[in-house]
Design a protein around this ligand. Structure first.
Ligand code: FES
Length: 101
């Protein structure tokens, strides 16, 4: 499964992931701006990304708990997700995520 990140420096990095969360994949590969401070339990928003509009159908939108967390972030928009809540699976293949931190 290929997942592409665009960092705040406009660097485009495509990673290959098999399982686990998208946040863990990003942290393991040192994607700038994805820190995953809370370890993936939806309580820090340091894994905030903006999903490419055309990929929203693949990721779905944020859950209620996630949306509540995102609301505390200034950079929130309708494409916001916390990527620790995105589990890598075939359905996510090819998505593009813009790092929102
Ligand atoms: Fe903390 Fe995603 S890693 S909310």
């Amino acid at each position: 499964v290929k997942i592409t990140f665009i960092t705040s420096d406009n660097e485009t990095i495509t990673l290959e992931g098999k399982s686990g969360s998208v946040m863990a994949l990003a942290v393991d590969n040192g994607i700038k701006g994805i820190d995953g401070d809370c370890g993936g339990v939806c309580s820090c928003a340091t894994c905030h990304v903006h999903v490419a509009p055309e990929d929203m159908s693949k990721t779905g939108s944020a859950s209620q708990i996630e949306a509540d967390m995102l609301e505390l972030d200034d950079n929130v928009n309708e494409f916001s997700r916390l990527c620790c809540q995105l589990e890598i699976s075939d359905s996510l293949d090819g998505i593009v995520l813009k790092v929102a931190n």
